[in-house]
Write a protein that binds this ligand. Sequence first.
Ligand SMILES: Cc1ncc(COP(=O)(O)O)c(C=O)c1O
Length: 340
Amino acid sequence: MIHEGILSTIGNTPLIRLNRVFRESRFRLFAKLEGFNPGGSAKDRPALNILEEAIEAGVIRSETVIVESSSGNLGIGLAQACRYLGLRFICVVDPRTTQQNIRILKAYGAEIDVVSEFDVKDGEFLQARINRVKTLLRANRDSFWPNQYANLANAAAHYKTTMREIAVYLNGNVDYLFCATSTCGTIRGCAEYVRDYNLKTKIFAVDAVGSVIFGGQRAKRLIPGHGAARRPELYLPGLAEECLHVTDLDCVVGCHQLVRSEALLVGGSSGGVLMALNYSRHRIPPDATVVLIFHDRGERYLDTIYSESWVKEHFGAVSSLWHDEARDLKEEEECVTMTY
Ligand SMILES: Cc1ncc(COP(=O)(O)O)c(C=O)c1O
């Protein structure tokens, strides 16, 4: 198939059957592999949709400078789309942004603006980055802020593409969808599609322990991607049936389990999504169809989740991840769950 440029390869990612990871479970399990997007994650979809909607509305013109705070996947999606569309892009990052991501952003031609101090009021980098974005917007008169946490075009991207693709591939026959959350763009787009098309799908949100999206106490988290230090404007009560909270170690264990059983090298939140299903699988009927969204690929986690020394430093000797081939996932009940 011939595509009209790189941006037209965004979306239509594979939906694959996972037969091995839960050998004893009878439900049909699928994973939507968002790492197949050209920028490596689900965030290519909102990056493109936000820009396209703003271009169509005349808010972005050829001279407009795009300014966004992101240290990860959305930044890379925007850098790719801005390069292709010939737009200048300033990405505001903080010292926790990995060198690898900074190199990728720069390779696409993004300008990097590093915030080095926490916000004085809340002691967080997130607010400090947003403050810096606002300063840059004031300094550049013709500028545009995608504002991924509040922009409805973020959720719309997943309504128009991600959930639609899942529903079409499975003829609307999706009983459970497990989705990691940060801006809530993915879950909101999927939930609104399910509502509008009267699908029977029950959506389980997967959030990080230490994230405050669905309530709870803010705490330090090691694995980027899912979770947020504040509730995003895109959040709405009732988006999900339930929210399952997973720890950093859950993500690590889930990722290793996916490599071992399915030869799938995926990012941290995907491991968390797998473990959220693991913790709740006793509640899934045998004839159900379950879909997991895997937001990104594993290559950007080689120095963390897939590094034996990093895992040892943070979690102690979890050598069974690498050496105990026979280890199988156990159903465990102690996952933190919250109903709302
Ligand atoms: C790896 C990963 N997983 C999950 C998410 C959550 O997606 P959303 O922001 O649409 O809630 C993100 C968002 O950046 C992500 O990068």
